[in-house]
Design a protein around this ligand. Sequence first.
Ligand code: UMA
Length: 452
Amino acid sequence: MIELDGKTVLVIGAGKSGVSAARFLLARGVKRIILSDTKPRAKFDAEALELEKKGVEIEAEAHRDSSFLEADIIILSPGVPIQEKWREVSNKYNKLLVGDVEFASQFTKAKIVAITGTNGKTTVTTLMYEIMKAQLGEKVALAGNIGIPFCDILREEKDPEYIVIEVSSFQLEAIRDFKPEVAVILNVTDDHLDRYRTIQEYAEAKANIFRNQGPDEHLILNMEDKFTSIMTSMAKSQKHYFSAYRPFDTGYYFDGKSFIKSDGDTKEVLFPADSIKLIGRHNYENVLACIMASDILKLDRAAAIKTIQDFSGLRHRIEFVGEVNGVRCYDDSKGTNVDAVLKALDTFSEDMALILGGREKGTDFTPILNALKPGVRAVIALGENREKIKSIFSPKVTVLEAASMEEAVNLGLNVGGIKVLLLSPACASFDLFKNYAHRGDEFKKFVQKAAA
Ligand code: UMA
């Protein structure tokens, strides 16, 4: 456990995670807490300013070197990339520089089930939590990138026995001792290339999830992922594999009809795919990861299957939001990277129109261009990078430009002969919307308006 007595702690980033960490520190009676953010004071949340009244020092508009030098412990929010000079100074002066997940994990004895991956991690985290909660009740807590800062759940008096945590590559960058009982890496595909120089660098951050695991801990990997073989050779954990695309010797897979557990000699049919509500092959991967984790934790299999079968998925992930004149509309606003869009496209065989675009992240759209089936009758380019989308896609498909969500929905619904209108943007939402949820809600609103 990190010693806090008499220490000065600098918390960098005053978003959800930073405010949560500062609140936790206040309750622990450290000597000084500095909450630093590059935003102006006027943009700090009311909650941060409340903390100021209780003694937290607010540092606005910059991260000052002097605060860094004065601090014994520095806690980084996930959205704050580590600066090289911070690393150097903390090494030189023996300061503890950790991310919020590493920091919080030091203050719990709970067994951790940690889930990462470019896509699917929120679905798997939620479903895994549902499976465990149905069997263990209050003994299990939920935290992480899903929107609940890890420090938040430490405030409660009773330490849970298990914590299911969604961890992003950002949170995994600043890991030191974090050691989950069960770690899941669903997939690693291009994303956040505005923060990482290469996909390898991004994959290295994800690999930190198993960095401290040994033969007593478990690592679940996707057979179909290109980083699985390298991660297999790096990890000292017990490794378990799944595939939603092909049978193999030892592991869990989807055989085209059912989910199977194979021990080499014996094959056990777990349950048929048509007994679940989730759609799409990517969701079969999510289901396989959950049933494997559940088996590793020795939970009741039948009860876990029942939870999986009852689970109807999360909002903004290929969510059906309405039908207009025979066109079924799906909100996949959470599809903020190329791989997510490929998975969404793969879910449908009907003719469709696709709404793409938003805040640019240095994305290479070629895999989507190459995967476009003739059934995709039009691409609606929405948002800041619509010119880029138009230039890439127009040689292959009709591209219609939209400046607002309302225009995008109306243009999409008017594409002749389609049965599906899919919002799966492959981009961040911050150009026109507060976040992906807001973007999805706007999509739904204009679909419902058109249906009225
Ligand atoms: N900031 C600085 N200095 C910087 C950069 C940012 O001071 O150099 C400040 C910003 O001005 C802002 C604050 O940092 O005030 C924001 O901190 P943050 O970006 O870490 O946001 P939080 O509100 O703490 O939310 C974070 C996660 N955000 C990110 O990783 C970007 C949330 O994931 C997570 O739910 C939350 O912690 C609780 O754990 C969001 C996300 O988009 C949903 N995650 C990415 C994804 O899923 O793809 C990784």
